[in-house]
Design a protein around this ligand. Sequence first.
Ligand SMILES: [Mg+2]
Length: 292
Amino acid sequence: MVGSKIGVIFDYDDTLVPDTATELLKKYGIDHEKFWGEDVKQLLLEGYDPTHAYLKLILNNIGEGKPFGKLTNKDLRAFGKTFDDKFSKGIPEVFTELKEKVKQYKDIDIEFYIISGGLREIIIGSDVVKNNFTSVYGCDLAGDTEDDYLKYVKRAITFTEKTRYIFEINKGITQDEVKENAYLVNKDVPVTSRRIPLSNMIYIGDGLTDIPCFSLITKASSDHAGNGFAFAVFDSTKPKSAKQALQEYLMPKRVTGAYSPKFDKDSDLGSVLRAVVTTQCANITLRNKEPK
Ligand SMILES: [Mg+2]
């Protein structure tokens, strides 16, 4: 029997909230255009991966007399909390509404996840996140102790790395279990025993880092129950964002649709998401009635 849980997986920055790293740079008076432009570019030319490049640049600005000062993870969590009133339209109501919808079907439930290339401590500082998400995956920085200022990269989530966390969710591997065995994601779990099949997943993201996840969920499912759904979100007021959504996501059929990041029931994405969850509930119900 293929699993009866639905997993809705979100990117964070520019999908659920404005870009938190850019807002962090602004708060501490760092020129974010130069940071994302020439500073990151220079490191890429030196061979840095984009995620490692931005994390190094953040660390370069932390310490006595530097723009971030002695920035700690506690500071990041406090900063993250300031996003509680900056979520996209329809958040957090959509979570309650989807849970209610799924309750109408016997033995089916729904969980929400975040997989982000942004800083995890900023994300988990939000009460909206704490109250609604099962797990959050993101980049982590660390100091020498829990309260120390940040000096090291503890975890970097690059674009293809994002798919690793989809497989952890797929196989039902928890973050605590991974601490005990870092290679657990490679464990062979029969397709029919996976906690949340790829076909029961919905992925929503805005950026080029989300492409491997879009493709994995919409094209690479091997659990015999079909594929899942992926949606791109884009800022319709920015021509570059709309062009990217069309050329990179929609035309190559990497996503089921591309919309503004609005999750209320009257917005395009919000209504499609509700319809897709209903479809998945019906599909799971039918599959579970098939003779074994
Ligand atoms: Mg994003």
